[in-house]
Design a binder for this molecule. Sequence first.
Ligand code: CAO
Length: 453
Amino acid sequence: MSSIEIKVPDIGDFSEVEVIEVLVAEGDTITKEQSLITVESDKASMEIPSSAAGVVRSLKAKVGDKVKEGSVILSLEAAEDGVSAQSAAGTASVPAVGKTAEVASAGAAAVAETTAAAPAAVATPPISTPASPPVVAPRESPAPGQPRAGGTPGNLPYASPSVRKYARELGVDLSLVTGTGAKQRITHEDVRAFVKQAVSPDRLAAGGAGLSVLEWPKVDFAKFGPVETRPLSRIKKISGANLHRNWVMIPHVTNNDVADVTDLEALRAQLNKENQKSGPKVTMLAFLIRAVVASLKKFPELNASLDGDNLVFKRYYHIGFAADTPNGLVVPVLRDADAKGVMEIAAETADLARQAREGKLSPSQMQGGCFSISSLGGIGGTSFTPIINAPEVAILGVSRAAIAPVWNGQAFAPRLMLPLSLSYDHRVIDGALAARFNAYLVSLLADFRRIAL
Ligand code: CAO
């Protein structure tokens, strides 16, 4: 082992350049061609590679130093098969710094080309010269008086070659990263922080859209009174993550309407009276599913899903319905609802709801839904905003029916009015279409014979 000094090689036209990054530390074992420091001129930043392999004994260059050809970067305990001290001392060939700098000033297109070529330069440094030329990245200055953006479209982000390489390895688009280094240069730490934020649970829940919101408040509730902490159920954790994503990613609008279900309720009561012993209990939900299917047939945009720039129209009618269970909300799916009558729907939804409460639903029984219904009518409420069950584009919320005075043209009559809250994805469904859908549904529920038309 021999001790050698690694010096700054010939750096072309530049008499003095600033050290902006030190890429190794004392005690590091380095390989030949490994980048040691990044220096920056007014036209380009470049990495100086080592001309020998070995262990770094002492670092001589630090960030902010001005260095020139011959300045000592570090002293190295060279490995046995290392290069001779003389060659390590920086008798480097003239690097192409000046040439690259010209490219850099030749315009955005040329700059992009230089950048695109950079990976190869970094990955396989030239080996034909005693000391390889620095790896160079053109430097783009901000317009006078303008702050340097971490990256704006068309501008080359301001970062050293090693940061560019690091970003490439992680798949980070540097134009999206804000630089916090000197003169807003993007540092390794900036790339790390960007990735950390990109993979944070909140960000992932938002599908990468990213929300710039305050951190969730951390409160020691026990300071204010007795507390008991219980873990969320598995269902709550899964449904919570889905609801959160759907809420933040879908532009929801809710259309509220009321249906006169006086006659329908009378029919339901009559059917239940007739079927008391034999048939299933006929529920409002079963009528609603039947009416929703007829409405989806008339307004197929609500029986669709977004797929990038396309809208996928479904020619099947699988209807999900929210079921309240001891462990949380689940949405069983009634398949081929268009092929089933109200009695069959009533029997099947009752069975699915029972399986849901007993935690016996299989994943396939909760998949493939086209449209969902969330009925809180048996509990209460006058309206609410149901959250769309992605990738569906609409959901119907049903609140408690109540007797209300309705003007029939001559007088107010007591009618049973059912509140319907239709939430829709405004990217797919216009407000007018949603209002038409809801009005049509209202008309079917008011006179169920219309479904046969
Ligand atoms: N208005 C007034 N009363 C209603 C009604 C309405 N819209 N819907 C149902 N009811 C009444 C019924 O008449 C019935 O009363 P009777 O026992 O006197 O006949 C009672 O409420 C129970 O109704 P049901 O047996 O028809 O059941 P349902 O259709 O209300 O509910 C199901 C079935 C599975 C939807 C329900 O059990 C459930 O889980 N609902 C909650 C859904 C939910 O949690 N949604 C929110 C999702 S977002 O968090």
